[in-house]
Design a protein around this ligand. Structure first.
Ligand code: NAP
Length: 262
């Protein structure tokens, strides 16, 4: 037991989520691990209890399933010790848009967006009420790059970025910190699920480096953390260009280039 807030991590059985679990355990936070693979979570939990002395609960759930996800939402609503949500569980799909099945696409969208926003919505009211708490949403650089050809996956990650930025604006003044983390290619099992040999990719980041960098952004209370982006001014320029458009959206008349005789 510790007086630091507990951290609920989805997708904690491998990759980025398991690494967050190790890092927060070392920082002295009790953990609630969520994923489907119970054996892997039990092995991780046992090691973390021995190595760090924190309490680790396992909450097995397929969070793409409405009923199983409901138990996680209830835990987030009712467990007042949970002060940090790491919304990390997510997956990708092999093939092009046309090759993917409609059902697989729906499952991907449900896991990467519906589950993420429902879990954030389960905990945000309590965080806002007590005036503190943090929600970390794992997006992807793919959400900024339709050129990568991962159409639906990228669209779910664009959703994660927009939602995170919007929630940071809405909930920030109430004391709630919301961070979007945008990894690019990172060495985890997700690539195997997408039918890609990670060793054929250039510039793959090791998962420990990715999470350690994301936690530097977390400690600095960055709204958007992009560990592989070396030139931070590129993001600042992108954001400034986007924000410069906003005052122009409120127009009663279409732009001249859309007038019939233009
Ligand atoms: P990973 O090693 O495959 O981990 C995915 C985690 O999500 C696993 O713990 C998996 O556990 C869990 N998960 C999958 N489906 C689930 C479901 N229906 N319900 C509950 N848990 C589920 O991949 P990762 O790279 O660490 O992925 C973590 C996040 O990072 C994802 O959101 C991914 O989109 C994002 N990301 C990864 C990369 C990269 O290159 N690796 C880049 C950008 C963004 P179980 O199978 O036990 O359920």
């Amino acid at each position: 037991m510790t007086d630091k807030p507990s951290v609920l991590i989805t997708g904690a059985s491998s990759g980025i989520g398991a690494t967050y679990a190790k890092r927060f355990a070392v920082r002295g936070h009790d953990l609630v691990l969520v994923a489907r693979n119970i054996a892997r979570m039990e092995a991780l939990a046992e090691r973390l209890r021995i190595d760090t002395g924190v309490a680790v609960d396992i909450l097995p759930a397929d969070i793409a399933d409405t009923v199983q996800r409901g138990a996680v939402e209830t835990r987030l609503r009712e467990d007042a010790k949970i002060g940090i949500l790491i919304n990390n569980a997510g997956t990708s799909l092999a093939g092009s848009f046309i090759e993917q099945t409609t059902d697989d696409i729906e499952r991907l969208v449900t896991l990467n967006t519906t589950a993420l926003v429902r879990l954030a919505h389960a905990i945000a009211p309590r965080f806002a009420h007590v005036g503190e708490g943090a929600i970390v949403n794992i997006g992807s650089a793919v959400g900024l790059a339709p050129e990568f050809g991962m159409s639906v996956y990228g669209a779910t990650k664009a959703f994660v970025l927009h939602l995170s930025q919007a929630l940071n604006l809405q909930l920030g003044p109430q004391g709630v910190y919301v961070q979007a983390v945008l990894p690019a290619a990172t060495r985890t099992e997700i690539w195997g699920h997408a039918g890609v040999d990670v060793d054929t990719l250039p510039g793959v980041m090791e998962v420990a480096d990715l999470v350690d960098a994301a936690l530097v952004g977390f400690d600095r209370r960055e709204a958007v953390t992009i560990p592989p982006l070396h030139d931070a001014s590129q993001w600042e320029t992108f954001e400034a260009a986007r924000q410069a458009m906003i005052p122009g959206f409120g127009q009663s008349r279409p732009a001249d280039r859309f007038l019939a005789n233009a």
